[in-house]
Design a protein around this ligand. Structure first.
Ligand SMILES: CSC[C@@H](O)[C@@H](O)C(=O)COP(=O)(O)O
Ligand SMILES: [Zn+2]
Length: 211
């Protein structure tokens, strides 16, 4: 099996797992996995597909500016430029984008604050935050319809090899050095969002708590 084939299978398996969680409503979501560093080439989901289905046309290989490497009728994800920014700026090997009700509601509640923060929650360790008083800050950016503008804004929040950024009333994009790492960050983020929403039901004043 070639490296590209191996990476294809790795991404397809992650796509199946996320589909099982019902994280690809209405064809939303896109996924990418790096295949080579120089030249930069990565597999990205084809645009507009039902990501719950496993087909031979799920992914295509793109270059360092998100153009298909080979002749194809498939279109790279509309949000390929966001994945480009991740691979351009970090050593990440995988990036995942999903729309969930929880990440959308959290992004709207905390959107004006431009970030949602978590402290004293065990699962922030999934973001490599181990100290007792560590704070996890997930930035929230506006949902610019112009993708190059969205990608530029998104890019300003990328500094580490693993991370997460919420796009307001749109979804979350996460990345990690490996697909395992990226999926861990995604699952931990969604856990924290669900936790925060549940907490607000019982303690609405928590909304005004400054971390
Ligand atoms: C109809 S789903 C919303 C899309 O505009 C987009 O946000 C998305 O996540 C999926 O787009 P895609 O081009 O299939 O990668
Ligand atoms: Zn999206």
């Amino acid at each position: 099996m070639s490296l590209a084939e191996e990476k294809w299978k790795e991404l397809a398996d992650i796509k199946d797992e996320l589909a099982e969680r019902d994280w690809f409503m209405g064809t939303s979501g896109n996924l990418a996995i790096k295949v080579s560093d120089s030249p930069l080439q990565f597999l990205v989901t084809a645009s507009g597909k039902d990501k719950r289905k496993r087909t031979k046309e799920d992914f295509l290989l793109v270059d360092e500016i998100g153009r298909p490497v080979e002749e194809t009728h498939l279109k790279p994800s509309a949000e390929t430029l966001l994945h480009v920014e991740i691979y351009r700026k970090t050593k990440a090997g995988c990036s995942l984008h999903v729309h969930t009700i929880d990440n959308n509601v959290i992004s709207e509640i905390y959107g004006d604050q431009e970030a949602v923060t978590f402290k004293g929650q065990e699962l922030i360790k999934a973001f490599d935050k181990w100290e007792e008083d560590a704070v996890l800050r997930i930035p929230i950016i506006p949902n610019h319809a112009h993708i190059p503008t969205l990608a530029k804004c998104f890019s300003s929040h990328i500094s580490e090899d693993a991370g997460a950024v919420l796009i307001r009333n749109h979804g979350i994009t996460v990345w990690g050095k490996t697909s395992f790492e990226a999926k861990k960050v995604l699952e931990a983020s969604e856990f924290l969002f669900r936790y925060q929403l549940r907490l607000l039901e019982h303690k609405p004043y928590q909304l005004f708590k400054v971390v």
